[in-house]
Design a binder for this molecule. Structure first.
Ligand code: ATP
Ligand code: MG
Ligand code: MG
Ligand code: MG
Length: 474
């Protein structure tokens, strides 16, 4: 079928409306009354209040398209075909209403019926939790799926350690043998391991147990359904693109980046393609997040924004972009998303102002860093050294935000190398110092900005959920 991403989003909501679901608008990316989450990271994240019984929904059947941010996937962005920091999760939810017997055949109907997505059933595979024989039976008997398309997977059990949890069943689309060799960080993926041939498109979670503090599981009085389908992934299947990035959700951004680069074209060089993809991804996340009034800063959400912006700038440099450029991408994001998320367009000027200010600050930092790096090189030349020592590499990282990778690249251009082990040792020592400082801080409960300076950037570790802080190198 010839569908735009906006058609697919609407089709999903329409489909679930025909099943009696109330269509809810996307909530803000910033969680309300939920200290456990830094960002809304799924459709269900905004509906927890119904799942845990705090509130009774007007209608027990709900559907939505929810903007979501997952920073734990940042390393995958641009490397795999399917991961983003900001993505849209299409979801349908049942709060103690319909359950497996309906949810599974309905999902199948949406995917395969001529009226809806009309996917070829031969190309769909599902996984299930081995003990969840009901789910297997429903796929086999009610849906009529062949047994070799139904695969038991031991960790198909959705559980965050407390509260509602249960088995899930995930739906994969076979993109064909030509996708076999794409890189993939997820070796669990059915059935071939390290490849993206089998693309996970939809996860159906059946929360039927309560995980109690004593570690036991008791059946819930109400059985719930919580599903999530990535709009970008489904769109890549429908539009038959190699990755999510060639869809209409990203391509206009990438094309704009091409015009801003020094003549670089997308699709000609694998390494540069990663830079195109990272920028296109991050500028979406940053635009939406600022639209929801998160602002760059040295902690929490703001820290992540700062990192995303800086990372975009670094990748911009790889494409030969020297001037401020993120401001030019925001209107493109706004235009692509306008039909369902008018907030980006409405706040475009504000978003541009915040991003540009941050980008400018970072450009200045980079130029200072380049000056320092050049004087390091000069000094090394004088002494006849060829290895940038760990202390210098770390200083560039810590004070000027230079990732080790970047220092290495510049060093290579001069025929030098970098003492990575020395760098890592400095990093470790810095972490130890920060830990000690934090303990002092905790014992006095000081909220002094001085500590924030000391603890940022390389040592921020306030949120376990966000791997970004310790691993993102920009
Ligand atoms: P994967 O194994 O591919 O990382 P996941 O199992 O972590 O995905 P779920 O938590 O099951 O993902 O989320 C439900 C759906 O949301 C996925 O099936 C996928 O379509 C989509 N999704 C999850 N993470 C991302 C992401 N980082 N970018 C784009 N889509 C995503
Ligand atoms: Mg994942
Ligand atoms: Mg998965
Ligand atoms: Mg999943």
């Amino acid at each position: 079928k010839n569908l735009k991403s906006s058609d697919i989003r609407q089709m999903y909501l329409d489909f679930w409306a025909t099943k009696g679901s109330k269509v809810e608008p996307s909530a803000s990316l910033i969680p309300v009354n939920d200290p456990t989450l830094l960002w809304i990271n799924s459709g269900v994240a905004t509906l927890k209040k119904y799942f845990d019984g705090t509130l009774i929904p007007e209608n027990p059947r709900i559907t939505n398209a929810q903007k979501s941010i997952r920073t734990n996937d940042i390393e995958n962005v641009g490397v795999t075909a399917r991961h983003h920091t900001l993505f849209e999760m299409l979801g349908n939810f049942s709060i103690g209403d319909y359950f497996k017997e309906e949810a599974i055949p309905w999902a199948w109907e949406f995917l395969t019926d001529e009226k809806w997505l009309a996917f070829d059933p031969e190309l769909l595979y599902v996984t299930y939790y081995p003990e969840d024989t009901d789910t297997k039976r429903i796929w086999q008997e009610k849906v009529g799926l062949a047994e070799n398309h139904i695969v038991p997977i031991a960790d198909n059990f959705w559980d965050i350690g407390a509260g509602p949890c249960g088995p899930d069943t995930e739906i994969f689309y076979d993109r064909g043998p030509s996708f076999q060799d794409l890189p993939d960080g997820d070796p669990e993926m059915y059935p071939g391991g390290e490849n993206e041939r089998y693309l996970e498109i939809w996860n159906l979670v059946f929360s039927e147990f309560n995980h109690k503090p004593d570690g036991t599981y008791e059946p819930l009085p109400h059985k719930n359904v919580d599903t999530g389908m990535g709009l970008e992934r489904v769109t890549s299947v429908v539009q038959n693109t190699p990755t999510n990035f060639e869809t209409d959700l990203f391509m206009p951004i990438i094309e704009k980046i091409e015009t801003l680069s020094d003549g670089k074209k997308y699709g000609e060089n694998k390494t540069l393609d990663i830079s195109f993809k990272v920028i296109a991804d991050h500028v979406r996340a940053v635009s939406f997040a600022i639209g929801d009034r998160a602002l760059p800063s040295n902690e929490g959400r703001g820290y992540i924004l700062r990192r995303l912006i800086r990372r975009s700038v670094m990748h911009g440099q790889k494409l030969g972009i020297e001037k401020l450029f993120l401001n030019e991408l925001v209107p493109v994001v706004a235009a692509i998303m306008e039909s369902y998320y008018p907030e980006v367009k409405a706040d475009q000027d504000f978003i541009i102002k915040v991003i540009t200010n941050e980008e400018q600050r970072f450009q200045e930092t980079i130029h200072e860093g380049m000056d320092i790096l050049n004087s390091v090189f000069e000094e090394m030349n004088k002494k006849g050294e060829t290895v940038v020592n760990g202390t210098n590499a770390f200083k560039l990282y810590d004070t000027y935000g230079f990732p080790l990778e970047l220092t290495s690249e510049y060093a290579e251009e001069k025929g030098f190398t970098v003492d990575t082990a020395g760098f890592n040792q400095e990093m470790q020592e810095q972490r130890n110092r920060a830990r000690a400082a934090r303990q002092v801080e905790d014992s006095f409960s000081v909220q002094s900005p001085v500590w924030a300076e000391v603890l940022v950037p390389s040592t921020f570790s306030g949120y376990a959920e966000t791997k970004i802080s310790s691993e993102l190198s920009v």
